[in-house]
Design a protein around this ligand. Structure first.
Ligand SMILES: *Cc1c(COP(=O)(O)O)cnc(C)c1O
Length: 365
């Protein structure tokens, strides 16, 4: 039986009627941008996060750029970002005029730590983008303890929790967090969509202004901003799916427990949640000395797997000129060894058992 790397269709099937009704509501209302669906979703998502504000934007990449602009990042500033992440975490920085500075990760958690961030701070550091990679939760309070503003990149961490709350609301009241609702993420839209969360009223107002062409009143244009809105159709879909997030996240945690119970830990290094966190694993990523051979062996029996970030961002052609100081050993280790195995809100115990049996049968450990 084939096991896909991810299956975003099956969890949506029971919601089909309600999703089509929600879309019909938008069609009948005839308002497609900045209307009542977005307003309601922003309130519901902020309540879910326990943040004062959530502001819908066009996607998770622009969410980061706009969050950086709201903090005042511009030419001459440096923004710290992990090299082991999706490319967009760093790509969002240069459009502000600021320069990405790459920091390392702990290969066991795949997340930045206060130590890896401290190692690259300079007087020009304007902000740190702390990525909650694969749904694991980066130590936001520790990083804020360094005295530098933090933006949580929570694109992969909807549904995760940590002792201080949910990703998206782990920072001080004057911080920002960003989300992506790209269709494969933990909380999916039916196209591109994103959001910015903050509990600071002034930052929230700056974000609202920046997403609408740099204007507070739509008459006077004070800044060069963006056309970056989460549209009514996507907001209506997200309002149907947000109440499902908790259950889907719980199932992802259950799948991770099944992988451990089936003995995967004897065959590969399992992902390690950061202290106290309960990750809603967006991707279930193990480490293995021969990940590409293992991936080929799994593919031969119909099981999906993938090394997402084999070439970390500081080695990508567009970013290599920026360098990485004394090197990023944790990043290189994670990049070389990681492999994502099937996980989703509909993954079954039988599928997990089959994946683990196939890893065992590959005899590569
Ligand atoms: C998906 C993702 C983004 C970008 O989100 P888009 O909505 O695709 O623009 C940014 N950071 C991380 C870590 C992501 O996984």
């Amino acid at each position: 039986m084939a096991v896909p790397l991810f299956d975003s269709q099956t969890p949506l099937r029971p919601l089909r009627g309600r999703l089509l009704d929600a879309i019909a509501t938008v069609v009948d209302a005839g308002t497609f941008i900045l209307g009542p669906q977005l307003e309601a979703f922003e309130e519901e998502f902020a309540a879910h996060l326990r943040a004062r504000h959530a502001i819908g934007v066009a996607n998770g990449t622009e969410a980061l750029t706009i969050a950086l602009r709201a903090l005042g990042a511009g030419p001459g500033d440096e923004v710290v970002v992990p090299s082991f992440s999706f490319y967009a975490s760093a790509e969002a920085i240069p459009p502000t005029g600021a320069t990405p500075v790459f920091c390392d990760v702990d290969p066991a958690t795949f997340c930045v730590t206060a130590d890896t961030v401290r190692a690259v701070l300079t007087p020009r550091t304007k902000a740190v983008i702390a990525v909650h990679l694969f749904g694991n939760v980066a130590p936001i309070a520790d990083i804020e303890g360094l005295g530098v503003p933090v933006i949580e990149d929570a694109a992969q961490a909807a549904g995760s929790t940590a002792p201080g709350g949910r990703p998206g609301a782990l920072g001080s009241s004057a911080s920002l967090a960003t989300f992506s609702f790209y269709p494969s993420k933990n909380l999916p839209a039916f196209g591109d969509a994103g959001a910015i969360a903050t509990s600071d009223d002034a930052l929230a107002e700056r974000v609202r202004m920046l997403r609408f062409h740099g204007s507070h009143d739509k008459v006077t244009y004070e800044h060069v901003g963006y056309n970056s809105r989460l549209d009514e159709m996507q907001a209506a879909v997200l309002r149907i799916l947000l109440p499902e997030l908790e259950g889907w996240a719980g199932h992802r945690r259950q799948v991770a427990e099944w992988y451990a119970a089936e003995g995967l830990g004897e065959l590969a290094a399992l992902p390690v949640p950061t202290p106290g966190s309960r990750p809603a694993w967006h991707l279930y990523v193990v480490r293995h000395e021969r990940p590409d051979e293992l991936s080929a062996a799994l593919a031969a029996v119909g099981i999906g797997s993938r090394g997402y970030y084999r070439r970390p961002i500081h080695r990508q052609p567009a970013m290599a000129h920026l360098g990485a100081g004394a090197g990023l050993p944790g990043t290189d280790e994670a990049a070389r060894t990681h492999l994502a195995l099937p996980i989703g809100a509909a993954t079954t115990r039988e599928q997990v058992a089959e994946v683990v049996a196939a890893v065992r049968d590959a005899r590569l450990s």
